[in-house]
Write a new protein. Sequence first.
Length: 250
Amino acid sequence: MIEAQSLTKRYGEVLAVDSVSFKVERGEVVGFLGPNGAGKTTTMRMLTGFVPPTDGTASIAGHDIFTDPLAARRAVGYLPETPPLYPEMTVTSYLRYVAAIKDVPRARRREAIERALERCALTQVRGRVIGTLSKGFRQRVGLAQAIVHDPPVLILDEPTVGLDPVQIGEIRGLIAELASGSGESQHTVVLSTHIMAEVSAICRRVIMINEGRKTVDESLDDLKREGRSLESLFARETGSETSVAAGASQ
């Protein structure tokens, strides 16, 4: 469903992402884990077409990001770290706008919006102005805009950053439901984060990146069977005991 091949990004003399390759199969939920500044967000932006790679390529649902960029973008629902919301719009009017720019057919638009509202538990605030909502609800609106066109792939960048513990639990539960299908479309999910508890709670596999390079690609089940913890693996690969303690406490 996702295939990255030697993705590389340079900003002048800075090598932000260094020849990263991986595959994500249909229905997988993968944690893209690494410390802040490791290159996670840059990789996500290359996959979603927001930033062009310096070298390498990727395909989304069989569509190459270079040769078939529009189809590749249509196959992705993207939630960046700061959701692209318009605070003066109501929830419904915003989703109507997003559905239009994502080419949801007019005949299906109302149904698509209703489905996104229901799946993201937003029906009770559908008429509210986005700027008046709590951060947790605004994050739900961000997820709703990512799924309104029913893409096969979801790429979520730090989806719980800045939320309180209750809101974190709610958003993690929502992401897990989107990944499992729960009677609706099942999404392939890549979750970029620096919080290990996030990966443990939602994901089945972890890809770890540090200083722009992929260092680990393993299933969580394999780690458990081998008696290894995500925290110890993170410490070994990043050399940062402080980051481990901070991530594990969240």
